[in-house]
Ligand binder design. Structure first.
Ligand SMILES: CC(C)(COP(=O)(O)OP(=O)(O)OC[C@H]1O[C@@H](n2cnc3c(N)ncnc32)[C@H](O)[C@@H]1OP(=O)(O)O)[C@@H](O)C(=O)NCCC(=O)NCCS
Length: 150
């Protein structure tokens, strides 16, 4: 089996949207992914591809020297196999190569799996937005990572 981490393309949209829809209670409208690929110069979009099947995706925004993780998900059938870690690690390394010195994201307070992953990378809680998620009024935890520069 060939596992590749590569840039997301418009040909991936259908599979990326499908992963988004099974992964989040408030998925993005499909046009948002198209916008990220075609119209947002800050956007850095990657997928993990297994023999032509898209099994994970990430969209991040590089804003000056900060990389903001906008969304990241692994298809439910392929979780706990290191794909999320591969996506995040590549996103951070590649942003670092472009000059990023820190990373930022928001995560639902009850999303233990994601929070564990972010802690593993060294993200720390830096704030909270009360009732940020409108479907269930859940708080968002803001997490920040200061990337060591050489
Ligand atoms: C969060 C998510 C992207 C992780 O993807 P994944 O491919 O399963 O992650 P990995 O296999 O690379 O795991 C990386 C680390 O995440 C943590 N983790 C992942 N799944 C976990 C779980 N079910 N319970 C606890 N920790 C978990 C662990 O720290 C793991 O490291 P370990 O294997 O050494 O224990 C995935 O669960 C997902 O798509 N969730 C739905 C979408 C989502 O919530 N995205 C984050 C939005 S902020």
């Amino acid at each position: 089996m060939s596992v590749t981490l590569r840039k997301m393309t418009l040909d991936d949209l259908e599979q990326v949207v499908a992963i988004d829809q099974v992964s989040f209670s408030l998925p993005w409208p499909p046009r948002s992914f198209r916008f990220e690929l075609t119209d947002n110069p800050a956007s850095r979009c990657w997928v993990v591809d297994m023999d032509g099947l898209v099994v994970g995706m990430v969209v991040a925004w590089l804003i000056v020297d900060e990389i903001h993780i906008a969304t990241i998900a692994t298809h439910p059938d392929f979780r706990k196999q290191g794909i999320g870690e591969k996506l995040l690690s590549h996103t951070l390394q590649s942003a670092k190569d472009e000059g990023a010195v820190s990373s930022f994201l928001e995560v639902r307070e009850g999303n233990a799996a994601a929070i564990m992953m972010y802690h593993k990378f060294g993200y720390v809680e830096s704030g909270r937005r009360a009732g940020y998620y409108k479907d269930n009024d859940e708080d968002a935890i803001l997490m920040t990572l200061t990337m060591l520069t050489r």
